[in-house]
Design a protein around this ligand. Structure first.
Ligand code: HEC
Length: 202
């Protein structure tokens, strides 16, 4: 056994570096040359739900975001994504429709790599597990008001829900505050880039 010691050591070290190169360095080298869309570029296409948000909650929207235009949309998406991370929504929700188990029948079009080539998907929010449904095809599935009611008290719209309540996204009049509006704008953006016949399935 003694005499194999050095061989095992060398094999171990070589395997470590091979693994590091193939799974660590190579993806970075190949992917870092691909163009990544900035949040400002993504926000050029102002979503109809964001415009709708401005008329659903006119006073609050005006106060925090002004007019619904590419600048305010960029601000809302950026902030909404940050709260989604801070609140650990990703702990219970995935953002990746897998090509297995007929997931496309439940959630919509299977996810493709190019969808994630923008700053709003950095860091990637594939999620860890699915206590709640996948959210990557959410755009337009519900109205802004539904999202507001659901965030405030999930059981008010889904009686069996085990999702926590998030009252701190609302002001004293129970209307969404700045981060509440941003989070709803972000949720309504998820999957809005998918063709009508491909995404948003129930
Ligand atoms: C403890 C796990 C858990 C956490 C944390 C959580 N959710 Fe949920 N969520 C659920 C479950 C379970 C459902 C399904 C029942 C329902 O619709 O309320 C759900 C449903 C949803 C839906 C409806 C999805 C659909 O397609 O019907 C949305 C939107 C949503 N959650 C957003 C959020 C956001 C935003 C956060 C963070 C602020 C969050 N969730 C945090 C468990 C969670």
């Amino acid at each position: 056994m003694e005499k194999f010691g050095a061989s095992f050591l060398i094999a171990g070290v070589v395997t470590f570096f091979l693994g590091f190169f193939l799974q660590g360095a190579m993806p970075v080298m190949t992917l870092s040359s691909l163009p990544t869309q900035t949040i400002e570029e993504v926000a050029q296409d102002v979503s109809p739900h964001f415009v709708q948000l401005a008329s659903d909650y006119p006073e609050e929207f005006k106060k925090y975001f002004g007019e619904p235009n590419p600048e305010s949309f960029a601000k809302a998406l950026d902030m909404g994504r940050d709260w989604y991370i801070a609140e650990a929504c990703w702990h219970c929700h995935s953002q990746f429709v897998r090509p297995v188990s007929n997931e496309d029948l439940r959630f919509g079009k299977v996810s493709t790599a190019d969808e994630y080539q923008n700053e709003l998907h950095l860091p990637q929010l594939f999620g860890t597990r699915r206590v709640g449904p996948d959210l990557s095809r959410l755009a337009g599935k519900y109205s802004n008001d539904w999202h507001a009611a659901h965030l405030y008290k999930p059981t008010s719209v889904v009686p069996y829900s085990v999702m926590p309540e998030y009252p701190w996204y609302f002001d004293e009049n129970k209307r969404p505050n700045e981060r509440g509006l941003a989070l709803i704008a972000y949720l309504q953006w998820l999957g809005s880039w998918v063709d009508e016949d491909g995404g948003g399935a129930q």
